[in-house]
Design a protein around this ligand. Structure first.
Ligand code: NCD
Length: 355
């Protein structure tokens, strides 16, 4: 495919995604959580768990370090990041790859007006892969397009694209949920409450893209009224027969369905997209107030992609279901597993022989 618009359009369909983003069962480009299906996610998560086990012994760590020993990754983070950037760097390090992190684009030739295509061809001369976070939702897609036309392509992994896509956050969130729900029947039938300005929260939306494959029992939403969740995301849930309900405030949601909730996913208001952001944080309507604890179950799972401002007070940290820090740790292994699959070394690492 030679034409940019056609490439972008093709990514809107499952067939296009499978043709353009995958090669021989491996992701060439990781751009959206919509490119993953459940069987592949299962394989990825099995790898993540296997890598974590390998890390427990000297021999295992040596095997991990050899996996990508001669690879170099370029981490381009054009928006603030602590967890995502550092966990990709740590994941690469575990597998023996070296990384270069660039977060100041004024230090690169993109600031001289270089096209994404030329910039990417240049990077691919020196690196074996690009992990990229960018406010422009099309940047990672343009990078993939450039690489798909290049005789010397390298994989591209989106680490946060605009307000829509954060596929690796969704994977680590899902891994954390499944880990905690083992022995509790998995996600099937579970009720999830999502809180935040969901219309522009890429972590929440990418998570929804994945969870649609897991037969939730219900989706409860508290969206900021200025940024409601887009219909296209909800459409997939309606098609899957999952009941969806909106509540104006967290207090109203807790009053209506509190004891029935299995999972709460809290997010920060994404004020970096506001023209005049004002002071950071949110009104009580979008805060999981500690006072709600008596109406919520002790086996409730509480997730937040972090960073948090005031929407998930630290009073929740001692709740048995608080998973914020667990998500972060899991992010390292899910991202390491993703790199292993991208470079086709997971079979050699886990001994399954599958590449
Ligand atoms: C998220 C992001 O950047 O989209 N953070 C992250 O990657 N852990 C969510 C956020 O910043 O609110």
């Amino acid at each position: 495919m030679s034409d940019w618009e056609a490439f972008e359009r093709a990514l809107e369909t499952p067939e296009g995604r499978s043709e353009l983003l995958w090669a021989e069962g491996r992701p060439r480009f990781v751009l959206t959580a919509r490119q993953f299906d459940r069987p592949w996610v299962d394989r990825l998560f099995a790898t993540a768990t296997a890598l974590r086990r390998l890390d427990r012994t000297d021999a295992g760590r040596a095997r991990l370090r050899a996996a990508l020993a001669d690879r170099r990754l370029f981490l381009l983070f054009a928006q603030p990041s602590t967890r995502t950037c550092e966990s990709f760097a740590a994941a690469a390090h575990k597998l023996g790859a070296t990384v270069r992190v660039v977060s100041d684009l004024s230090a690169s030739s993109f600031s001289k007006g270089e096209s994404v295509e030329d910039g990417l061809r240049t990077l691919a001369t020196f690196f074996d892969g690009l992990v990229v976070r960018h406010p422009d939702p099309t940047f990672a897609v343009q990078a993939a397009f450039a690489m798909s036309r290049s005789p010397w392509p390298m994989p591209i992994v989106a680490a946060g694209s605009g307000t829509r896509e954060h596929p690796t956050q969704a994977l680590l969130d899902l891994y954390t949920l499944l880990e905690r729900l083992e022995g509790r029947g998995g996600l099937a039938g579970k009720r999830l409450l999502l809180i935040g300005d969901l219309g522009r929260n890429r972590a929440a939306r990418s998570l929804l893209d994945l969870l649609v494959h897991y037969e939730l029992g219900g989706l409860e939403l508290v969206s900021h009224p200025d940024h409601p969740l887009q219909e296209d995301v909800l459409q997939a849930y309606r098609a899957a027969g999952v009941p969806v309900a909106s509540h104006r405030t967290v207090a109203a949601a807790v009053a209506a369905v509190g004891p029935a909730l299995d999972i709460v996913y809290v997010t920060r208001l994404q004020q970096e997209w506001d023209r005049a952001p004002g002071s950071l944080g949110t009104a009580s309507d979008y805060v999981l107030e500690p006072a709600y604890r008596e109406r919520l179950r002790d086996d409730l799972l509480i997730l937040h992609p972090l960073p948090r401002v005031n929407e998930l007070p630290t009073a929740w940290d001692d709740h048995p279901g608080f998973l914020g820090w667990r998500q972060m740790r899991n992010g390292l292994w899910v991202r390491a597993a993703l790199l292993a699959h991208v470079y086709g070394v997971e079979g050699a690492l886990t001994g399954s022989g599958r590449t």
